[in-house]
Design a protein around this ligand. Sequence first.
Ligand SMILES: *[C@@H]1O[C@H](CO)[C@@H](O)[C@H](O)[C@H]1NC(C)=O
Length: 340
Amino acid sequence: MGLMSSLCRFILVTTILLAAHQFSISSSLPIGVCYGLNGNDLPPPSEVVGLYKRSGIEFIRLYEPRPDVLEALRGSGLAVALCPLNEDLANIAQRPGAADAWVNTNIAPYMSDVLFRWIILGNEVIPGPLANYVPAAIANTRNSLAAIGLANVTVTTAIPGNALEASYPPSAGAFSSDITDVMIAVAGILAGSDAPLMINVYPYFAYASNPSQVSADYALFAATTPVVIDGSFLYYDLFDAMVDAFHAALERIGYPGLRVAIGESGWPSAGNDPYTSIDNAMIYNRNLVNHVLTNGTPRRPGEIMETFLFAMFNENLKQGAVEQNFGFFYPNMNPVYPFW
Ligand SMILES: *[C@@H]1O[C@H](CO)[C@@H](O)[C@H](O)[C@H]1NC(C)=O
């Protein structure tokens, strides 16, 4: 079947599915939105925090500890996931005093009225030249947080899909050989502190780079029959297949019990038509939220994953039209499509 006709079919099918499943987001769901700051036209942080609150979004992920953003979060009740800048990682890993200084500068002054729930050491630095710093950075930061009474904050790292050298079928999931040792060290620390590994999962890129092999239905949670059959596991959607490849990779290095959380997932609304569109972005994100709230994956049925959607705003300083159009909102705070 041609791509356009399969797109048309999927739009029909998902319209019916969406009508059948009442979509609503209420309080205390494990869903957040990433607040990227790569735009020169974004609203002030205090207005952004207000928009999160009005929208009923309870988790916020930040990519840098910006004082104006942390100030705006005071008293908001939002649960915060905060990343140090990648350039601070080596220092934090190599000197416990540097981890103390980072925590004393960026966490301690706000902790009385900002709810820090996750600290993410390294965003997509595994694989890469900073990868080997991650285990010690996690360990040092945990100690520094404990020293100020925040041993309850989850400390982890976020890794991208290319940390896997095999991901198809999902049971073949394996970390690249050059990062196996660092992943064993990371997994050991996370398992010891009951923290999930964060993974950034983008079916969009797998689909858009190979639309002749990957159907829109499979990428957008619209398939009605299994698309991939992997032993006893049936995959109706690419998201589950991608997540289970990470589960299989963790099993392969000896950590079958480690949970994953979704550090980023989303779909661009423009920049690469017809794969990007407002409809596709809305359908993907709606189906993703419904999916993660009610299902685990075939390898982990019933295991609900905290999930951060990417992203709050279209960001005009990112590279390329696709990267600039992941937002739920335009910089003027109007929604790109009805969602929240
Ligand atoms: C961690 O403990 C502190 C101090 O008791 C508390 O204020 C904070 O809300 C807790 N944080 C989380 C994420 O549970």
